[in-house]
Design a binder for this molecule. Structure first.
Ligand code: SF4
Length: 409
């Protein structure tokens, strides 16, 4: 028997965080993938995760053909009063299929990424901010203020690719400061200790100092205000999903990004953890005109962060069916007491036995797919690296849509 030989794929897009690094080198040998260069620990683990032998869909834990699983999912959707489509970790084609199905069945679309993402949206809708891009963040700022330390988990290669890259267009010295969080391991980052619970208050104080208000503030915060005042290109960066008290904190950060532009330049760059919800928001905006969470219960798409919040709909059982999509294995589905249809990365064990479980392919590994980066200005095409018999999220959702009973069709 002839041994299969590994081939090396270069400039591979990594789909395992919303930074979407596009420089990985990955060895492909049959179904086995191994990151050989550039990937972080998360990417190495996620690319190398083996596929299970048994990839069959399941109904209440029992293996069935895909047609049977899709048929049962369609039955559940056809009889649901308010299905909730959540998770939303898929590529653009998969998310298009989600939105189409939600529209047909009068459902709700909410990625359920938490209060930080909603606070961010509120700040944009109510007062706006000056948003930056990853390219700008990499090349331009002479001062970067990291708020909290969530950036490290949200985008493991942020330091190497954006904060301190080997080369920048603007080569003026750059100062990196982190307010709060654990002390950074990189000596280039100055640490300003701040308890998590006090972050919002400290940013509010910082804002007051920068507006020359007569406030009582610690010397370290005054020194930070002076550094921000004298810098010419300031970047404020935080991880959306890990901010404490995000409603207040994001409000102050957004205001700071606007106010600093009165003198010099300043931009804000919130980091999302995964590309699916970023892609879903872009898709909803151009397709329905409104961002998530969106409800189609009344026919027309309606955005309402309270009425259509997935967490609340689940807790109150107002949503009577959960359809959870996670093609990359980012997050476990919430444990719910209503029937659930799970479309999740093959090899991931859900925390409960759902009514329907369909293992699906991962975009960027098992099939090509378009994903939006955290700064929302660039969609990258992640290519497929291996052949598996796994269906994509879009294919499964199309099968479910095809089996929907009338009049939901
Ligand atoms: S930082 Fe994110 S996109 Fe880059 S290799 Fe790690 S997980 Fe992948």
């Amino acid at each position: 028997m002839q041994a299969s030989r590994a081939r090396l794929e270069r400039e591979v897009v990594c789909p395992f965080c919303a930074l979407l690094c596009d420089d990985l080198e990955v060895a492909v040998e049959g179904e086995r993938l191994a990151v050989r260069d550039k990937g972080c620990a998360r990417a190495r683990e996620a690319f190398a995760r083996p596929l299970p032998e048994d990839r069959r869909p399941r109904l209440r834990g029992e293996p069935v053909p895909l047609e049977a699983a899709a048929g049962r999912a369609a039955e559940l959707l056809g009889s649901a009063g308010l299905p909730l489509f959540a998770g939303l970790e898929a590529d653009l084609a998969g998310l298009r299929a989600v939105v189409a199905l939600a529209e047909r069945t009068g459902g709700v679309v909410d990625p359920m990424t938490g209060e930080g993402a909603r606070a961010q949206l509120r700040a944009v809708q109510r007062s706006g901010w000056v948003a930056g891009t990853l390219a700008e963040a990499r090349n331009r700022p002479d001062l970067v203020l990291l708020v909290g330390d969530g950036w490290r988990a949200a985008a493991p290669r942020l330091f190497e690719r954006v904060l301190a890259p080997a080369a920048r267009l603007d080569e003026r010295p750059r100062r990196l400061l982190q307010l709060g969080g654990a002390p950074p391991r990189e000596p280039e980052i100055e640490h300003l200790p701040c308890p998590e619970a006090a972050l919002a208050e400290q940013v509010a104080l910082l804002r007051a100092l920068l507006r020359d208000r007569p406030v009582a503030a610690p010397e370290s915060l005054r020194a930070l205000a002076d550094a921000i005042r004298t810098a010419s290109y300031r970047l404020l960066l935080w991880a959306t999903e890990s901010l404490p008290a995000p409603a207040v904190l994001v409000h102050h950060l957004a205001a700071l990004s606007r106010e600093l532009n009165a003198r010099g330049r300043a931009v804000a760059l919130p980091l999302a953890s995964s590309p699916g919800p970023v892609t879903a928001r872009q898709l909803l905006l151009w397709q329905t005109g409104v961002p998530d969470p969106v409800g189609f219960a009344d026919g027309a798409p309606e955005q309402d962060p309270v009425r259509w919040a997935g967490e609340r709909l689940s807790a109150e059982k107002a949503a009577d069916l959960l359809v959870w999509i996670d093609a990359s294995g980012f997050r476990p589905p919430p444990v719910v007491s209503v029937p659930a249809v799970l479309l999740i990365r093959a090899g991931i064990d859900p925390p409960f036995v759902p009514e329907v479980l369909i293992p699906i392919a991962t975009p960027g590994l098992d099939h090509p797919g378009d994903l939006y980066r955290t700064d929302t200005v660039v969609a990258l095409r992640a290519r497929g690296l291996r052949r598996t018999a796994l269906p994509s999220a879009a294919e499964v959702l199309a099968a479910i849509a095809g089996a929907l009973p009338d009049p939901a069709r």
